[in-house]
Design a protein around this ligand. Structure first.
Ligand code: GLU
Length: 509
């Protein structure tokens, strides 16, 4: 392998929303390039017009923008090797198909779709599979069988044709994969793949090889589903006389139970997204959820994905994109599939909640508070967030953990009342109210010290007092340290809630 500049690419086909497995592939490419000071390119592979889906390309671009994965060259960026969209490179490919025909490594095939379907059916009836290969090509309608004059005539009369690769016979194709090591395949099991279609467009195989070559791609890092195409790709490089890039095929992302590839259906069934952003299918109108809309931080999402298949070789789990790039190495990408764990995904988001500065978090939480019809001071929200973020995985869960900081309980949890509002509670809470009314320094430490002393002197059970107290302040047995709560809502609000609660719950008979 020569000393090439490191250039990698992510080459999605815009056939729908990007699966998180695709985001992971792009991420590993990005990290690989960043680590080595290389370039990362976004190329859109849209040669299959039958699979075009409106909005998919914009979706892909927006998904990477959200994730914070930036390209050095590509459809959004431009660059010296553009255009970066294959449909805009259409004029380039035909000459390469012709080059292989001239050198005898590809040929024109004039068999119609109907003829081939009929052949397939015939074979199926005899419990065999039809393959367009070295054995079969000799009796089909192609330029290897027809005379030159016949072929010329068909071409001149605009007879539809495809260009097929003439798969070499009796070859052992050796491939080196950076993750799997050496892989070998016998060429006789491979077919004569179509390189150029009757609609004037190249197939994925031809366009992919030509573009990787022209764009000087040094490493192709892509999903395992492309491994079966690798022998053909290697042989195509050989046929053109080009140096092939190095290949790395990434293992699959597996279902949470480890049985098979993670699919959209698993997400729907088990309640987690398999797409970075929400997606509405333009044909069916069906909407699939996204990590962004589910409330994930983009950094947490990326961090979670990076560790699904790669490990840094130590126990670290939390990485910024820069730290990941620093630590990344393709040698530490596993050979076997990685099981997706929806709980771990939430755990990552929680870790990022804890890491996020309270001021920033308060800003993110504010719209949720306003949606509840509450006007809150941002400084106050910041303090609330500091007390409750430990208890939530997502910003949108903060309200459930902190509503009582913003409004007095409208009701009292019936189960808790039954269990925790005891015969002594009314008298104890009345006395506590008097006690608290006399405290000027309402800091958490001070009220806690005074209330604890008072409980001890009166020999009141701590659990009994504090549960009843919490019930009146919060309306339920939830929330952070009680004295932190009252310090924040303040003395007057605390006394008001005690008053209301005493009135509402009354004496227990
Ligand atoms: N267009 C292919 C895809 O959609 C790219 C495969 C490759 O990276 O070679 O995944």
């Amino acid at each position: 392998m020569s000393n090439r500049e490191i250039r990698v690419r992510f080459a999605p086909s815009p056939t729908g929303p990007l699966h998180i497995g695709g985001v992971r592939t792009a991420l590993y490419n990005y990290l690989f390039a960043k680590k080595q000071g290389g370039k990362f390119i976004l190329r859109i592979e849209d040669t299959d017009q039958t699979r075009f889906v409106a909005g998919a390309e914009d979706y892909i671009i927006e998904a990477f923008r959200w994730c914070g994965i930036q390209f050095d060259e590509g459809v959004t960026k431009g660059g010296d090797f553009g255009p970066y969209k294959q449909s805009e490179r259409k004029a380039i490919y035909r000459q390469y198909a012709e080059q292989l025909i001239t050198s005898g490594q590809a040929y024109y095939a004039f068999d119609t779709a109907e003829e081939l379907t009929a052949l397939r059916k015939k074979y199926e009836a005899g419990k065999k599979t039809f393959t367009y290969n070295a054995a079969e090509r000799k009796q089909l309608k192609n330029s290897l069988v027809l005379s030159e004059a016949e072929t010329q005539k068909l071409l001149e009369t605009n007879t539809p044709f495809v260009v097929r690769f003439k798969m070499p016979e009796d070859r052992i194709v050796r491939m080196d994969d950076l993750i799997r090591g050496e892989v070998t395949v016998h060429s006789n099991v491979l077919d004569d793949k179509v390189l150029f279609k009757s609609d004037g467009m190249p197939t994925y195989h031809l366009a992919n090889i030509v573009d990787d070559h022209l764009m000087k791609i040094s490493h192709v890092i892509r999903g395992e589903e492309w491994l079966p195409s690798l022998p053909l790709h290697i042989l195509l490089y050989e046929a053109f006389g080009w140096e092939a890039p190095q290949f790395a095929h990434l293992p699959l992302l597996l279902k949470p139970d480890g049985k098979g590839k993670l699919s959209k259906r698993d997400g729907d069934r088990m309640g987690f997204p398999v797409f970075p952003l929400q997606w509405t299918d333009p044909k069916t109108g069906e909407t699939s959820r996204g990590y962004r809309e589910d409330g994930y931080f983009p950094d947490a999402f990326i961090n979670m994905l990076a560790l699904l298949g790669w490990n840094p070789g130590d126990e670290r789990e939390i990485f910024s994109l820069e730290e990941m790039a620093e630590a990344f190495s393709i040698d530490r990408v596993g050979k076997s599939g990685s099981r997706f764990d929806p709980e771990k995904a939430k755990w990552f988001n929680h870790q990022y909640m804890l890491k996020t500065d309270n001021k920033e978090l308060a800003g993110l939480f504010l719209p949720f508070i306003e949606k509840e019809g509450v006007m809150a001071d941002i400084g106050y929200v910041e303090k609330v967030v500091g007390l409750v973020k430990e208890r939530a995985h997502f910003v949108h869960e903060l309200w459930e953990q902190s509503d009582f900081f913003f409004r007095a309980p409208a009701s009292y949890d019936a189960k808790a009342v039954k269990k925790r509002w005891k015969q002594d509670s009314y008298n104890q809470m009345s006395a506590l109210k008097v006690l608290l009314a006399g405290i000027d320094n309402f800091s958490s430490e001070n009220t806690e010290a005074i209330v604890k002393k008072w409980m001890e002197e009166n020999e009141y059970g701590m659990g009994v007092v504090l549960n009843a107290f919490r019930l009146l302040i919060v309306g339920a047995l939830k929330g952070p340290h009680l004295f932190d709560i009252i310090a924040l809502i303040g003395r007057e609000e605390t006394l008001r809630r005690l008053e209301t609660g005493l009135h509402e719950l009354g004496r227990k008979e």
